[in-house]
Design a protein around this ligand. Structure first.
Ligand code: B3K
Ligand code: ZN
Length: 886
């Protein structure tokens, strides 16, 4: 496949000022008439270049210029698009084409979802609707006319304002939408079908009243309240925190069960995967409620960071995604209120980054947040572009301070509104607002890989001075063997033996600052800091709040980690210390298994866990995150060679030891954290549920019969999905014979609700198998053939197959390689149906080189078996496989 390089950007040959689209809807075959006002781009340096319009999987019917139909030979059409020479002045171009929504299983362009039609144009779906310059720097004004049978399509929506609505003589209806804002075609949307809505008026701060609505299948109307309320909170927050107002009279959200991604920020008409939009206590857990609020916020915030200020080219993706993730993280944190609750949000965000992005940065797909090249842009909607991109924005806020950052943000919006720009636009606005040269900072945009920061301490007992020697280095990544140092914010705090913060005073300074965190910056490969004015040797608390996305080796002993886990006033670092103790404990147990030298789980980690569990000053929500076992994959990632079975056994041993040594405390905690009354997804109540379920999990893992009874009872009586699902999950992960009945009961009750079926599938895919039971591989394979699973439905695939391939390492990495063979089979099947989904599944074998040789060899063979079908592979999958083998 062809590689596209960032440096090869050329301005468009022609500009398209306006487009009028007329759709005659039909699920089998839809007809599109597109009228374009085209003119040569004065900024194009080529002399009289032909006009090229992208078009894929669509059938051209006719092309006319200023009313004259072009004959064969006056244009050229192939599988990539339409070429028309001789457009050297402004012209009116009329194109008629058709496509089939029903046949569109790639879910890109316009496709059928149940009885409805949905669109998804980002990144390159518009070319599957009509011929157009499908690139984000061509901004046009859209008028969309939709005609459809009244019976099939009682609702027809597109971007902008409804300006006309009429019944046609043939029993169809026609609607016209005009979008007042010029936009790139990736933000176009069309939705039609039998939808109903929950609507509400909303008063903006500037005095205008707007219409908000959430559109769904009729059976989902009772799952839209949280969506609508989240949207209102997002609008209010964007006004208050960033001074940004909604620019439309009307803002719509649509939910669909068939969607490749989480959601899409189409101008004024956001389309959501139902799992990121629909909630009620029966179908959504506490974390679903949070995720929905976050994603509704994310898409809404794109209206300014993405839609009004858009991208010049797809290499700039992080300009809108990193920034908008940063904004949605801040929104979610603000919705939680007080600082310790906000910390829980930060802990969750960092956990996601460490689990997914650090792994990506260490594998064959490692890329800078702004990639230098790609084969298929859809493969670059990654946790690097999104989550690491958000960390890079957050570092800017940390370095410049909130107030200056806000000035820079305002400048960025004001200056670039209505334009398609590059990441430089953001950096330049920040540099100008702060008066600071940020050129050193841009390494974060151009270099891949996670920096390692190592800190070594020297305590001078005579002079009471502490020296920190800091070294940063970043391992090589594909195509980047040597790295320059990064500009890294480096917060430092000191604790005395009572756990109180001490002043952080440089030895050369005369005055001690107030006790607390002090911000420094790392700029070179090495740095030395000498601190004085210290009454005793402090315990250091570094990179508080995860100020930089680095792997920090602070050189802390297990005792110091236990001290921080018990005492650090900074909740993030307190969690981090506990988390590190847990990870180290699993490492120790894994090693003990590999070396066949049994050892007890460190009493330090057990007592640290018990202290947190019993600490009356900590919130339940915090205790729950602090005592959550780190994922097996996260732990394994730090091993020189991964043996998933040894890690699994080590993980089980640590959880069991913590459970056994604290069994009564866990049972008491479970008892004390029952949430009474009707279900509410508030942070306090959700925190209690999380802690109760965590406590039950530990007690159950330690073999407590009482815990088993409480779990069963919870499954039967819970008035909410959080508790019910947690109970089912705990049972499915244990050897109890009662689990079969529970699983069957759940399936019967959940059969008609796709959201619940997906949760059920994930439980099956991520459970262990015990002696005497069928292997998970066999169960998963069987489930792919059952009537409630379809390879055509991305959510089914993510729930079952990604669950198995990516969240159940000890069952997937079977010694005989049969798990990998099944992976290859699924990738090839999906490749024919939906290349984007197939490519996501394909990434499950990315870091095969990291495994023990026996496994690595079999993973390699599976990759080669897919590569052998090269000629059948979509460009999406081909790129992933090629890079994995690379
Ligand atoms: N911008 C969309 C992503 C679309 C994915 C295309 N492969 C969702 C979001 O980030 O808001
Ligand atoms: Zn986004």
């Amino acid at each position: 496949a062809k590689t596209i390089y960032r440096g090869d950007y050329r301005a468009p040959t022609h500009l398209i000022d306006s487009i009028r689209l007329e759709f005659d809807l039909n699920a089998e075959e839809t007809l599109v008439k597109s009228t374009l006002e085209v003119r040569p781009n004065p900024e194009c340096t080529e002399k009289d270049p032909p006009l090229f319009l992208n078009g894929e999987d669509i059938t051209l019917r006719s092309v006319s210029i200023d009313g004259r139909e072009l004959k064969d030979g006056e244009y050229k059409v192939d599988s990539n698009g339409l070429t028309i020479p001789g457009i050297t002045s402004a012209q009116k171009l009329e194109i008629v084409n058709t496509f089939s929504p029903k046949a569109n299983t790639a879910l890109s362009g316009i496709y059928a979802s149940g009885v409805n039609l949905m669109s998804q144009c980002e990144a390159q779906g518009f070319r599957r609707i009509t011929f157009f310059e499908d690139r984000p720097d061509v901004l046009a004004r859209y008028t969309t006319v939709i005609r459809g049978a009244t019976e099939d399509f009682p609702v027809m929506l597109s971007n902008g304002n409804l300006t006309e609505e009429k019944s046609l003589e043939d029993g169809r209806r026609e609607v016209t939408y005009v979008d007042p804002f010029p936009k790139p075609c990736y933000l176009f949307a069309l939705v039609a079908g039998k939808l109903v809505s929950r609507a509400s008026k909303f008063d903006l701060k500037d005095g205008r009243t707007v219409d908000l609505s959430v559109w769904v299948d009729p059976q989902d109307l009772d799952k839209t309240e949280h969506t609508l309320e989240s949207l209102k909170r997002a609008i209010r927050w964007d006004e208050e925190r960033w001074g940004l107002e909604l620019d439309l009279k009307d803002f719509k959200i649509v939910a669909t069960n068939d969607f490749n991604f989480g959601a899409m920020e189409n101008k004024g008409l956001n389309i959501f995967n139902s799992r990121c939009a629909l909630a009620n206590p029966k179908v959504a857990t506490d974390s679903d409620y949070l995720r929905i609020e976050g994603v509704v916020g994310h898409e809404y915030f794109h209206n300014w960071t993405g839609d009004r200020v858009t991208l010049r080219d797809w290499f700039q993706l992080t300009l809108k995604e990193g920034l908008t993730v940063f904004r949605d993280q801040e929104f979610s944190a603000d919705m939680l209120g007080e600082p310790s609750a906000r910390a829980v949000q930060r802990i969750r965000d960092v956990s996601v980054l460490r689990a997914a992005q650090f792994m990506e940065d260490a594998g064959p797909m490692a890329h800078p947040i702004r990639p230098e090249s790609y084969q298929n842009i859809n493969n670059f909607y990654t946790s690097t572009v999104y989550e690491k991109g958000a960390e890079v924005i957050r570092m800017l806020q940390t370095l410049l301070g909130r107030e200056t950052f806000r000035k820079g943000f305002d400048l960025y919006i004001a200056r670039n509104d209505g334009h398609a720009v590059t990441c430089e636009a953001f950096i330049n606005a920040m540099a100008e607002a702060s008066g600071r040269d940020l050129s050193e900072f841009t390494n974060w945009y151009s270099q891949a890989g996670t920096p390692r920061v190592t800190v070594r301490r020297h305590w001078d007992e005579v002079n009471h001075r502490l020296t920190l020697n800091v070294r940063q280095s970043t391992p090589p990544t594909p195509g980047q063997s040597v790295k320059k140092p990064f500009l890294i914010p480096f917060p430092v705090a000191f604790l005395n033996s009572r756990g109180e913060e001490m002043p952080v005073q440089l030895a050369e300074e005369d005055e001690a600052p107030a006790p607390g965190t002090r911000m420094f910056e790392l700029t070179d490969e090495t740095a030395e800091f000498v601190f004085g004015g210290l009454e005793e040797e402090p315990v250091v608390s570094l990179n508080r709040g995860f100020a930089a996305p680095i792997i920090l080796d602070a050189g802390l002993s297990q005792e110091e980690l236990a001290f921080l886990a018990a005492n650090d006033p900074d909740p993030f670092n307190r969690w981090d210390a506990m988390n590190r103790l847990l990870i180290d404990a699993v490492h120790a147990q894994t090693r003990a298994r590999l070396l066949k030298t049994p050892e007890d789980v460190s009493p330090l980690v057990i007592s640290a866990a018990s202290k947190i569990l019993r600490d009356e000053n900590l919130s339940p929500a915090f205790k729950a995150v602090a005592l959550t076992m780190p994922g097996e994959k996260l732990v394994a990632e730090e091993d020189p060679l991964i043996d998933p079975h040894a890690v699994h056994a080590g993980w089980i041993a640590v959880r069991q030891a913590i459970g056994e040594k604290n069994i009564s405390a866990f049972l008491e905690t479970a008892q004390a954290n029952i949430v009474e009354g009707p279900y509410e997804p508030t942070p306090e109540k959700a925190g209690k549920r999380a802690l109760r379920n965590l406590a039950l999990g530990y007690a159950h893992a330690a073999g407590s019969p009482r815990a088993a009874i409480m779990i069963k009872d919870q499954f039967m009586t819970a008035n909410n999905l959080t508790d019910k699902l947690a109970a089912l999950h705990m049972m499915a992960n244990s050897q109890t014979p009662a689990k079969q009945d529970m699983e069957v009961d759940a399936l019967k009750a959940w059969y008609h609700e796709p959201l619940l079926i997906n949760k059920w599938l994930t439980i099956q895919a991520t459970a262990p198998s015990f002696p005497g039971e069928a292997r998970v591989l066999e169960r998963v394979r069987e489930l792919t053939r059952c009537p409630f699973f379809s390879l055509k439905n991305p959510n089914n695939v993510y729930a079952l197959l990604l669950g198995y391939f990516q969240q159940n390492p000890s069952e997937f990495h079977l010694a005989d390689g049969s798990g990998y063979a099944f992976w290859a089979e699924m990738v090839l099947e999906l490749n024919r149906i939906n290349p984007q989904v197939a490519a996501r599944v394909a990434r499950s074998l990315d870091n095969w080189r990291r495994y023990t040789p026996a496994l690595a060899e079999k993973m390699h063979a599976a990759l080669e078996s897919v590569e052998a079908k090269r000629s059948e592979l979509s460009p999406n999958v081909a790129e992933i496989i090629e890079k994995a083998l690379g």
